[in-house]
Ligand binder design. Structure first.
Ligand code: ADP
Ligand code: MG
Length: 257
């Protein structure tokens, strides 16, 4: 078993009392997570009892076939989606019992999202797009702008600060979206196919800057991706299959089975 596969297998096992004894406190702890969709007569069993632990500061990649439930899983951790049974604790919050306003403040405080599509506001510049979430949650305007500039420089967009989304390339827009996800200093960054719309060169650049940004700012990063080059940069890798997470098997040609 390779080192990465073994690490994933260890992380996939349920915790027992010895974990507490050695002081293992995951930042994200998911237990027996079940999610079904009922449509008409039919029930779709999407997540079938997932157990998942992520240490603070770790980077995790999740692959799996289209329709396997990757977005659903990420959205549940980010409290964008409800689940049927099990528990989800993240960043010190047990989200199972939260009201809508509790979920909203958990999202605001603890989660930064990056999606396949950037969702930047078209009438705002790169700096404005990044500073807005911080400014709207109470940071002084000057400080929010300063923070946005630092993050955009991390994303190598020093010379694009005042560009509007229409004046940026696809890769640049995604890098703005990465900066925006970090501006409120969330514990967890959730990225759902962040390079799905990009060519290989831009994909590699966005991925590298995303991982580097997460490391620099001590973020815990979960990336859902089809792209082997994006996934292989993560410390721990899983495949979501038949409603369960398993360790990714790295094949001899470098692809993922
Ligand atoms: P992935 O991100 O791995 O492609 P998703 O999490 O988006 O998969 O979807 C998993 C499955 O759940 C798919 O079969 C999808 O059609 C189904 N699904 C997703 N959202 C809904 C919904 N709101 N109602 C019914 N089925 C849904
Ligand atoms: Mg998806």
């Amino acid at each position: 078993m390779s080192e990465k596969t073994e690490a994933a297998a260890n992380a996939a096992r349920p915790l027992d009392s010895t974990d507490t004894a050695i002081g293992f406190h995951p930042l994200i702890r998911v237990r027996d997570l079940v999610k079904n969709y009922v449509s008409g007569e039919e029930t779709l069993y999407i997540l079938r009892g997932i157990n998942f632990d992520v240490e603070q500061g770790s980077t995790v990649a999740i692959s799996g076939q289209s329709g396997s439930g990757k977005s659903t899983f990420l959205n549940i951790i980010g409290a964008l989606d409800r689940f049927d049974s099990g528990s989800v604790e993240a960043a010190g919050t047990n989200i199972s019992g939260l009201s809508e306003s509790g979920l909203s403040s958990y999202r605001q405080r603890s989660i930064g999202f990056i999606f396949q599509f950037h969702y930047l506001l078209k009438d705002f510049t790169a700096v404005e797009n990044v500073m807005l979430p911080a400014y709207m949650t109470g940071m002084r305007k000057k400080d929010a702008i300063e923070k946005a500039k630092i993050l955009l420089c991390d994303m190598k967009l020093d010379d694009r600060l005042d560009h509007f989304p229409s004046q940026l390339s696809g890769g640049e827009r995604q890098r703005v979206a990465v900066a925006r996800a970090m501006v409120n200093d969330p514990d967890i960054i959730l990225a759902d196919e962040p390079t799905g719309n990009l060519d290989p060169k831009n994909s590699a650049m966005v991925a590298e800057l995303l991982y580097a940004g997460a490391e620099k700012w001590s973020k815990t990063l979960i990336v859902v991706t089809h792209d082997e080059k994006v996934a292989c940069r993560a410390k721990i890798r899983y495949v979501l299959e038949n409603g369960l997470l398993g360790p990714a098997q790295i094949s001899s040609f470098g692809g993922i089975n």
